[in-house]
Design a protein around this ligand. Sequence first.
Ligand code: D41
Length: 672
Amino acid sequence: MTEAATRAADLRAQLAQHDYQYYVLDDPWVPDSEYDRLMQALRALEAAHPELISADSPTARVSGAVALGFAPLTHGVPMLSLDNAFSDEDVQAFDKRARERLATEAEIEYCAEPKLDGLAVSLLYQAGLLTRAATRGDGATGEDITANIRTIRSVPLRLRGAAPVVVEVRGEVYLPFVGFEKLNATAAAQGQKLFVNPRNAAAGSLRQLDARVTAARPLEAFFYGIGAWQGSAEPQSQSALLEQLRGWGLCTSAEARAVRGAAGCLAYYHQLAERRATLEFQIDGVVYKVNRRSDQLALGQVSRAPRWAIAHKFPADEALTILREVEFQVGRTGVLTPVARLEPVMVGGASVSNATLHNMDEIERKDVRCGDTLIIRRAGDVIPEVVSVVLERRPPDARKLLLPTHCPVCGAPVQRLEGVSAARCTGGFNCAAQLKESLLHFASRRAMDIEGLGDKLVEQLVDRGMVRTPADLYALRAEALAALERMGEKSAARLLQAVARSRDSSLPRLLHALGIRDVGESTALALSEHFGSLAALQAASLDQLLEVPDIGPVSAASIHAFFANPANQQQLERLRAAGVHWPEHEGRAATPRPLNGLTIVLTGTLTGFSRDEASEALQQLGAKVSGSVSKRTSYVVAGEEAGSKLARARELGVPVVDGAGLTLLLRGERPG
Ligand code: D41
């Protein structure tokens, strides 16, 4: 290394240490002036030697470039969601289920943590270097917010100590109360709109296309989980995991504790609830996690939530208001959902004018009538609900609510089966509401993935009678589409391309897209894995369906009834005739590999990585790493003192990249 390179590395190490002391440990070693002096020195050095600029330099936290949008990023391992508990009894029941599943009488040890009300994120570190960061999104795919996450000073650009080849760390980005108030004070002074709560402010700050704006917001993050992990042994408990995260220089909650049994969980909850107002950040509950990793694995998950963890929520905000009217919305499967139209009221920092009443049973049980005064509850960002009626305030003319006998959208008879809460419109695809929702579901990203088929377009296609079933989408013509509102020749052509692309489907996607009652994405996958082909599934008896993991009598009956229905058989035939095809299912789809097709040769001494680490990380992303340079080599990554391979690459005209190019590759991008 040159003298300048040594000096730069030394300055970076000092600055990283000071960031860690200041932002993570809250224990600065040096005054701000000393920190500024080191930063100035590094800036000057990098200005004089641009070749020394590196991705983990503290001078490179804020990118000057403004992004055009947020690209989707698929998580290496999906981010799970959490089930909720709202009472002590819910927590006891959770603990009992866990003990039953683990077949143990003994008390389970839990790791109890505050539930931060922030934004869940996943950070990818490759060979210790922060290469990508994404929002949680729908759990499978989030948005690329790498540039914004890099601006958070407590987030290390490089993990401390020995880091595994690949690790995804999961946590929550939040804005402490102090930062939130400062932000709103500034916004007020400039006559701008205020944020309703710290969570929204944090979300707004992260979703800035200009990372310089994010950098000016005092965001913090703390970490509690991992996704993909390669290259060393995983910690054997949640407590050990938190310890490991701390060891890498990541912030974790100082409030996390190991507790025993449901009683230990509840004691922790009530203790933290008492101190809630004294905390520096907003929390909306507590999370309990079965501490032992082997127990977590034994408990597994249902759908997208682990059976080994639960969020115990603090009581939500409530308010009083008057019910003006009840409207019935018709969903994709025809279910009529009563929606309360309310006098607008502030609940939990947001104005609420609608609340769900779930179904008729709920209305009858709560004896809700038009004109009543209701207690409305809003927990976090979920849809507000009606808690109860204030009977003392019922006006004499309060009107009883009746289930409509006919669908408010299509006029077909409404059916309410004995013993079932849900009432359904029997119109099927003849009901415009059901058809619109079915088309949106059919086209959704995790189903047939027809980009551009949004609600405005579906609205027009259905209202003009251009589409009567999903299969009709494949017969749409460019001229007719181009004539629609907000469409033109270009968008019509784009939509037709997306429709054409969706013909190339898979069995799990198709099954999900069909919108069979009780068949969501995970059931669609389970069915595909079990039966392998549509023909085998269609021929399955009820008993055979019950053999599929996680399928119970209710969903088995729904699936069986779906395939027995001639209209559905005809719909499948029409999809097939329209050229939609779904090969037989052969197990899980591989993780995305952005470097597929590239052949890379590593040579010389790489800074910050061993050649093995870099090679493994590149292969993980889909690249082939080769030992010799040929015409087919896509890139040669040349470190210090690269020799004959570099010469050979120059001879053959193969692109040569340096450390910065390697960083790009590790982010899944292609340099040059
Ligand atoms: O503080 C939180 N908000 C928090 C969220 C936490 N302390 N732990 C969490 N643990 C998980 C599992 C158990 C699934 C790893 C979570 C979340 N999940 C979570 N955050 C958003 C969705 C799920």
